[in-house]
Ligand binder design. Structure first.
Ligand code: AP5
Ligand code: MG
Ligand code: ZN
Length: 218
């Protein structure tokens, strides 16, 4: 069984590559950011509580994240394996993930660590476009990965593409700061366990995908 964690700075390709692994293995991707954005779009109580954090590029408080993840990972579609994108983002969250998986008689099997420079992150996030359909949500880039049919619409479902609220210069700066301070230590946490696979995320999308598939043996 594959229980895969995607880790890496903003724009390193966690979402882009997570979707490709999911398609190949037939298991779901759980993206914390995507779950949160769906709550905000639906204007739920949770959505209202977290929207300010997301817009400013701050981390959402642990108690809210931990609760959402423990419920989501216990759902039926994830029993045969899962790809987790955006959690854990701190060593404290990594401990919580161990607890969640232990309760489910599972464990993290692979950690895909994508590396890119801060300059490349900014370039990628500034040109990112995402499908506005919450059931699809495919990611594009105006220059590096444009839709093939029409520049403003999703190839897969035809919905209009939008820009994320937190892809502003100020929020990107804050997200990268928090990545270096809070999330980078999680890399060592998994390296010590011998389940970390470091992949050069600066390569073109197809080459990053090939390197990940080879690391996973798929
Ligand atoms: P989240 O949605 O996870 O955002 P993020 O971590 O900032 O990461 P991104 O989605 O920006 O980057 P990505 O690596 O997925 O890149 P992508 O594949 O899109 O989280 C959002 C917010 O939610 C957080 O800021 C926080 O507030 C909250 N949150 C989430 N999890 C939390 C947690 N655990 N605790 C607390 N708060 C939490 O690619 C980017 C662009 O580059 C795209 O346009 C893509 O087409 C392009 N691209 C990708 N790969 C390549 C390539 N190889 N070459 C060229 N272009 C490429
Ligand atoms: Mg993402
Ligand atoms: Zn779509």
């Amino acid at each position: 069984m594959y229980n895969i964690i995607m880790i890496g700075p903003q724009g390193s390709g966690k979402g882009t590559q997570g979707d490709k692994i999911a398609e190949k293995l037939g298991i779901p991707t759980v993206s914390v950011g995507k779950l949160f954005r769906a709550e905000i779009d639906r204007n739920t109580g949770l959505g209202r509580d977290i929207s300010g954090y997301i817009e400013r590029g701050e981390l959402v408080p642990d108690d809210l994240v931990d609760q959402v993840m423990s419920e989501r990972l216990a759902e039926d579609d994830a029993v045969n394996g899962v790809i987790v994108d955006g959690f854990p983002r701190s060593v404290a969250q990594a401990d919580v993930l161990d607890e969640i998986f232990t309760k489910l008689n599972r464990q993290v099997t692979h950690v895909i660590y994508l590396t890119v420079s801060d300059e490349e992150s900014v370039r990628r996030l500034s040109g990112r476009r995402v499908c506005s359909n919450p059931n699809c949500g495919l990611t594009y880039h105006v220059e590096f990965n444009p839709p093939k049919k029409d520049a403003n619409f999703c190839d897969r479902c035809g919905s209009p593409l939008t820009q994320r609220q937190d892809d502003t210069p100020e929020a990107i700066k804050r997200r990268l700061e928090l990545y270096h301070k809070e999330t980078q230590p999680v890399v060592d946490f998994y390296k010590k366990r011998g389940i970390l696979f470091a992949i050069d995320g600066n390569q073109p999308i197809g080459q990053v995908q090939a390197a990940i598939f080879s690391a996973l043996g798929i």
